[in-house]
Design a binder for this molecule. Structure first.
Ligand code: SF4
Length: 113
C-alpha cells in the first residue's frame, strides 16, 4: 500500500525542519564557544617572576626555601582544573592552563586539600 502525503503536510514538515536548522547551529556554536586554554610557558614573564615550574619536584629550593614537595597546582586555591585532570586553569594566569603537578610562588593551599 502506498502512503500519500498531502501538500499541507509536506509544507508543515518543511517549515518545522527549516526552523530546527538554526537551532542546531546554535547548539554547535555553544559547544565550541569555550576557548581552549594555552599551556603556560615557563618563559612567560609573569611565570618567571613567580618561579613557575611545570613540575613541583623541579622547584629551586634555594630560591624558594618554604616550598615543599606536597605543594602543587592541583592543591592550590587558584587552580580551577577538574579533580584528576592532568592540567587546568589558574586564576593567576588567565587564559592559560597549568599542569596539576606544577607550582609557582603564588601557591596557597586550597581549603580542605
Ligand atoms: S597560583 Fe597555584 S595553581 Fe596557579 S600556577 Fe601557581 S601554584 Fe599553580
Amino acid at each position: 500500500m502506498q502512503k500519500k502525503f498531502s501538500r499541507r503536510a509536506l509544507i508543515k514538515g518543511g517549515l518545522i525542519a527549516g526552523a530546527c536548522i538554526p537551532a542546531l547551529g546554535l547548539l554547535a556554536t555553544d559547544a565550541s564557544a569555550a576557548p581552549a586554554l594555552a599551556p603556560l610557558s615557563p618563559s612567560d614573564p609573569t611565570a618567571m617572576a613567580l618561579g613557575f615550574a611545570e613540575n613541583t619536584s623541579k622547584v629551586d629550593a634555594k630560591s624558594y626555601p618554604t616550598h615543599t614537595a606536597a605543594q602543587k597546582c592541583a592543591t592550590c586555591a587558584q587552580y580551577t582544573g577538574a579533580a584528576g585532570a592532568a592540567r587546568g586553569g589558574c586564576n593567576i594566569f588567565a587564559g592559560h592552563s597549568v599542569p596539576a603537578n606544577g607550582w609557582c610562588s603564588a601557591y596557597a593551599k586550597k581549603p580542605g586539600a
